[in-house]
Write a protein of this length. Sequence first.
Lengths: 222, 222
Amino acid sequence: MQSSKVMPIARLSLHDETVARLRTMITEGDLLPGSRIAERELCDRFGISRTPLREALKVLASEGLVELLPHRGARVTRLSEVELRDAFEIVATLEALAGELACRRIDEAALAHIEAVHLRMAEHYRRAELAEYFACNQIIHEAINRAAGNAQLTEMYALVSNRVRRARYMANHSPERWAAAMREHEEILDALRRRDGKACGPLLRAHLEHKLYTLTDGNVAP
Amino acid sequence: MQSSKVMPIARLSLHDETVARLRTMITEGDLLPGSRIAERELCDRFGISRTPLREALKVLASEGLVELLPHRGARVTRLSEVELRDAFEIVATLEALAGELACRRIDEAALAHIEAVHLRMAEHYRRAELAEYFACNQIIHEAINRAAGNAQLTEMYALVSNRVRRARYMANHSPERWAAAMREHEEILDALRRRDGKACGPLLRAHLEHKLYTLTDGNVAP
DNA sequence: AACTTGCATATTGAATGCAATCCTCGAAAG
DNA sequence: CTTTCGAGGATTGCATTCAATATGCAAGTT
């Protein structure tokens, strides 16, 4: 039993809980792109009625994670290579902005946190532990976003990056590219330390653009 | 009458229609920020039941146009000055990206269209016709976004700029600022003509940042 | 044999009903 | 006179029901 003091009866609406749950299932790959979403099945699985489920599907559709086909149900969105490129162009720009703003607004505690995670990431890189590396990587990018002190930016970043989250495992992680990514992270961190927003933004943007290149193997025109 | 081949009997769901209608009402100021949205009243007004209306409200909440208070209904979102600044930072960055991409991808027809609207806008400027000027202004910004050839960017731009659309009339339009805005538009158009993305992006960003300044009278730190 | 055509079934879209929660307003206590 | 409490009504959240549309299959036609 949870303490009623720290857990204010945790009463999230079924609707909100369903949105969060489905979103995680999609971004984490439990529901694969292109797969049909049967209302009835999910209702049974979640133990809820169709009303909150359908509300959740509409919200996820507006986030671009699912597509609603009139009278034919919902599918998990599948991005084309061009759409993947388009999303990355946006993510790269948003993160550049986040880095630039973070240089203005970050405090020492947040910077120290990023440095600590960076060290852990470097260690995972040395040991070639991909999943752990990605986890640290994502923590750093999210920390930079938070440090930017712009809640809407964090929201937009999450919105677009959710669409391409699954793609990160598709990347062709050559040792050379991985080494370059680590160097880029060093530079980014350094720019943050110097509070050099004019440098930090472009560095982050280039970093993300390189990542896109590894994802598509250069198949998509910029 | 349209050909029955190309128009398969326009059938939009009540839900989608309601989203569009409510969104317009909010961005155009028919529903004022902070005002309560009574489900029942809108149902009667639209002649629909609560189900599609509630679905629409959830979607608009995910777009940030309304806030849902658990068991207490919906209100039209009211942005603080800081949130207005945050939104503008994002819009400025997105539009800079749009301008940069447009320089790569715009064709002559789209450029000619922008030039035509620009001339109309200049004429409205000379006659000091504010509403008409704004209309042209918005058409140009939307055209640049479309010319970027990134559907998700257009979508994100609309998402964030919808939140601040109403604010444009709050701007302190001094003659000096208005003249400067026109000069900036000239420069932006010129960069587009030259396909100079490296110049066009920053010009657009600066243009939007100046606009924010006129909105807040410099009250908000950058 | 392949292609329509019509009907039965399944699924989605929207409306209604019911229980839980919140707000109003007045009365009573301090 | 102000504040607290609570009953009644209104509103929301969710489940259920009804209606509209699509899918699948079988029979009939060419």
